[in-house]
Write a new protein. Structure first.
Length: 276
């Protein structure tokens, strides 16, 4: 499962990367979040407004539900591959699941992130790892579905989303994790939001992301508490899965996580230092 992730890019960086516009309300409420957890508002680009950055609740509730759910993930395979065999290449059963079958067809979204947080299947977030793009290109998009739910007591309309998951790639298998969020390459983002895209093309996107494009390192288990936040949570406390000589230019540089130093972040300008 993918239950925690990181969103720390500025609104301006997101607007430029995804060619969208924020609303004044979203911009005013924007806060970097090193520990996005269920129930929190997080940035998405939804299929009904693909040019607009909006905030939705992390934790999916279908519109027909009598009470609010917090479904953080939607399995691409549906009821297939219950063993989570990483070699699985069969049918994507999500299109038959009552909980998700309508949203996968007409309510899709891009979930914007700078990194994801995963842990071993048994130890979970007592042994967390930060998984981030090796090329430094962030934010990126996870494949999501969304829906609107009306609170029967208050009438409040709540938009919420879930992250699609698939089989684990070799990087996540090295960590000991059994699932992977579906990360969309940039060339697939428009098609994911376009509701005219054939369903067969949509399900063809639901594979694991390339292991060699990402890396991971262990971080503090304090991240398991959804109430804690801050850049310190993202500091490495051990070795990266893959050695990255290109990032470690000089040992005296103070690393600031995700393969970048504070100095390198200042030079990049666009995204700025995390939690600066």
């Amino acid at each position: 499962m993918c239950g925690r992730y990181v969103t720390v890019s500025s609104v301006q960086a997101i607007e430029k990367r995804f060619n969208v516009q924020s609303t004044p309300e979203v911009t005013a409420a924007w806060r970097p979040n090193a520990n996005v957890s269920h129930g929190e508002q997080a940035p998405v680009i939804a299929s009904d407004a693909p040019q607009t950055l909006q905030m939705q609740q992390f934790g999916f509730t279908p519109r027909w539900a009598k009470k609010q759910f917090y479904m953080i993930n939607a399995r691409s395979e549906g009821d297939h591959n219950k063993e989570d065999d990483p070699r699985y290449t069969g049918a994507m059963g999500i299109i038959q699941k009552p909980m998700f079958r309508q949203s996968i067809r007409d309510r899709r979204c891009l979930i914007l992130a700078d990194a994801v947080i995963e842990g071993p299947k048994q130890q979970k977030l007592t042994k967390p790892y930060l998984v981030y793009p090796r090329n430094g290109v962030r934010p990126f998009a996870m494949a999501g579905i969304w829906d609107e739910w009306a609170d029967p007591k208050t009438g409040e309309i709540i938009r919420s989303f879930a992250i699609l998951t698939t089989v684990a790639n070799t990087l996540l298998q090295t960590i000991g994790h059994h699932r992977s969020p579906v990360l969309l390459p940039e060339e697939n983002e428009h098609a994911w939001l376009d509701l005219s895209t054939p369903l067969a093309d949509i399900t063809a996107m639901l594979g694991p992301f390339p292991s060699n494009a990402f890396n991971a390192y262990p971080i503090s288990p304090e991240i398991r508490d959804p109430r804690v936040n801050g850049s310190d949570l993202l500091q490495p406390i051990g070795q990266r899965i893959h050695v990255e000589h290109e990032f470690m230019l000089h040992q005296e540089l103070e690393l600031f996580g995700m393969g970048e130093s504070r100095a390198r972040n200042r030079r990049s300008g666009e995204q700025g230092a995390l939690f600066s």
